[in-house]
Ligand binder design. Structure first.
Ligand code: KG4
Ligand code: ZN
Length: 336
């Protein structure tokens, strides 16, 4: 395998990130400038605010990454960038920066799918072995993906409504937790009892799809009913009940998928891969029921949005010459 130095840019949502990746697996730099503080007071990402922050940050983050890797742009082999899915205004900032660098320095441009990036974050930990099954759990997506080979994605199950991260954020908001609430809800759930009844939608259906909006509605009803009766809910118990329901659904569908599709590895991917209960439950599932399958779970630093994963995913596209034209546009609804 020939050597490659890829500068990767990620700006699909609320992190401006630039990484420099060697051979699709060594992180020479991975700078992540988070905008969370700016969005917190609104309780969610405000797209216009996100775009403006990306514009303000992008050149500094590029310089910082190059400094950290002790490299100049002349030494870089290719520029990779997230083309979608994501917020169109946010994506455009990264895309414009990447095209500009590719044009000025005469480097190939590589367009990367953000979801592929989440999967390939695992390649920064260990080499991928095919066939494999990946579970993407993020703020915008919940998908089971079967891969026969590098760059080949077959979505075999997905959410029919909310993404799991979205459900965490909405339930967290009901419990007055700060945005993005996933992490805080995860922490709170470690202190409670699963005493409330939360539905496990679609769990017994003979498919690999998910539904999380019913869980969110159930929690909402519990909170509102209690308020109407002048009673209070026990937030930690609600958090634990919700998390237990999420974990049970995820484990059940993952088990079903692993029984249906051949896999040498099972990869967890996306921001919600940081969840302590999901990590533990899937670790137990693989150890107890699929000991022949290798489990890959990224460290917390590679679960949320970052450019290192975009550089990792770009590597095989670089080797196979899958370059993008300089007139490509952002694709906010891009699928795998
Ligand atoms: O992948 P990501 O950084 O952005 C998207 O591509 O969507 O995922 C962000 C999501 C948010 O919904 C956030 O609340 C959730 O990941 N998240 C968590 C945890 N840490 C982050 N959800 C549950 N438990 C966590 N520990
Ligand atoms: Zn993401």
């Amino acid at each position: 395998m020939s050597q490659s130095l890829i500068l990767a840019i990620e700006s699909s949502c609320d992190e401006t990130s630039v990484a420099i990746i060697r051979d699709g697996r060594d992180i020479l730099a991975n700078v992540v400038a988070s905008q969370i503080k700016s969005h917190m007071r609104f309780g969610g990402v405000v797209p216009e605010v996100a775009s403006r922050h990306h514009v303000e940050q992008i050149t500094q983050v590029i310089d910082f990454a190059l400094d950290k890797a002790d490299l100049s742009l002349e030494e870089i082999d290719a520029i990779a960038v997230t083309q979608g899915p994501g917020l169109v205004g946010a994506l455009l900032v990264g895309l414009t920066a990447a095209k500009t660098l590719a044009y000025i320095y005469d480097k190939p441009l590589i367009a990367v799918n953000h979801l592929a990036g989440h999967i390939y974050a695992n390649q920064l930990i260990q080499p991928l072995k095919f066939p494999l099954l990946a579970l993407i759990v993020s703020g915008g997506h919940t998908e089971l993906v079967h891969m026969e080979a590098d760059g080949q994605f077959q979505v075999v199950g997905e959410t029919q409504d909310d993404a799991v991260g979205e459900a965490y954020d909405k339930v967290g908001r009901l419990l007055n937790l700060p945005y993005p609430a996933g992490k805080y809800l995860d922490q709170l759930s470690q202190t409670g009892q699963a005493s409330y009844d939360v539905p496990r939608a679609m769990i017994h259906e003979d498919n690999l799809d998910f539904s999380f909006s019913g869980m969110k509605s159930a929690i909402m009803n519990l909170v509102h009913n209690a308020q109407q009766r002048g009673e209070s809910v026990i937030a930690a118990d609600l958090a634990t009940s919700f998390q237990e329901a999420v974990v049970e659904v995820i484990v059940t569908k993952t088990r079903k998928a692993l029984n249906q599709y051949p896999a040498q590895q099972f990869l967890l991917a996306g921001g919600v891969a940081a969840n302590s209960a999901i990590r533990q439950a899937l670790t137990d599932l693989i150890a107890n029921e699929f000991p022949h399958i290798q489990l890959c779970i990224p460290p917390l630093s590679l679960c949320g949005d970052n450019a290192a994963m975009i550089g990792a995913a770009a590597h095989s596209l670089y080797l196979s010459g899958h370059y993008a034209d300089l007139d490509i546009n952002a694709k906010p609804g891009l699928m795998l």
